[in-house]
Design a protein around this ligand. Structure first.
Ligand SMILES: CC(C)(COP(=O)(O)OP(=O)(O)OC[C@H]1O[C@@H](n2cnc3c(N)ncnc32)[C@H](O)[C@@H]1OP(=O)(O)O)[C@@H](O)C(=O)NCCC(=O)NCCS
Length: 192
């Protein structure tokens, strides 16, 4: 959006604030594109993101700017431990990185699900992801433990895979104030 300056001489551009909301089926293809463009994520077929947006929409969020999906968090509540939110994938479009958006989405998802514990798995060579979850744990004043999860023999031997560690963050202060990043979350909006 362009707005005139006080002098009225030159317009300034004000970036649109991200809208954080639960995904719907129409978002699945855009979520797949964000995942594909992240390069780092294991890319699932588009069908997986569309199905996820249908069946796990209440435990997932997308961030939307000007009608486009620019980030997402996919998660589910573990059937045998339903107070635990397992975060499957997090991605933010390059144009929106470094502004606290991934942290805002995680905070919003924790608040909406009321989860007591958050789990995720991260490869050792992903410092951005590690820092994202370390900062999340700190904001929630929660304990953050890291352990192994799956072993080599769980994976097909003809596939190249990187070991991931299980990060468990608990207990969550789900009603705590949300992630604060000046100039960003002040504008962030959310609705369901
Ligand atoms: C990981 C990712 C989601 C972070 O998104 P983002 O919106 O830029 O993250 P945020 O701005 O909320 O930053 C969260 C924290 O991580 C830190 N961080 C972000 N990018 C970083 C990087 N490249 N290296 C180190 N730390 C980084 C931030 O400084 C911040 O820490 P702070 O709160 O102490 O300042 C984004 O880089 C991405 O989409 N990467 C590709 C996909 C991926 O690896 N997903 C995670 C595995 S599922």
């Amino acid at each position: 959006m362009s707005t005139p300056t006080a002098t009225g001489s030159r317009p300034t551009t004000r970036p649109a604030s991200p809208l954080i909301r639960h995904p719907h089926v129409d978002d699945g293809a855009q979520m797949w594109r964000v995942a594909r463009d992240s390069v780092r994520l294991d890319l699932n077929p588009p069908y997986a993101y569309i199905l996820w947006a249908r069946d796990f929409h209440s435990t997932s969020v997308v961030a939307e700017v000007d009608g486009a999906v620019v980030g997402f968090v996919t998660g589910y509540l573990r059937p045998e431990e339903p107070t635990t939110l397992m975060v499957w994938q997090v991605a933010v479009d390059r144009s929106q990185r470094g502004q606290g958006l991934a942290g805002q989405m995680l905070d919003e998802l924790a608040r909406r699900t009321g989860a007591y514990t958050l789990e995720t798995t991260i490869t050792a060579d992903n410092p951005a992801s590690r820092r994202l979850f370390e900062a999340f744990a700190a904001r929630h004043a929660a304990q953050h433990s890291v352990s192994g999860l799956f072993a080599t023999e769980h994976f097909p031997d003809d596939q190249d895979w990187k070991p991931e560690q299980l990060h468990r963050i608990t207990p969550l202060r789900t009603t705590a104030r949300s992630h604060h990043q000046p100039g960003v979350d002040a504008r962030a909006r959310s609705h369901s």
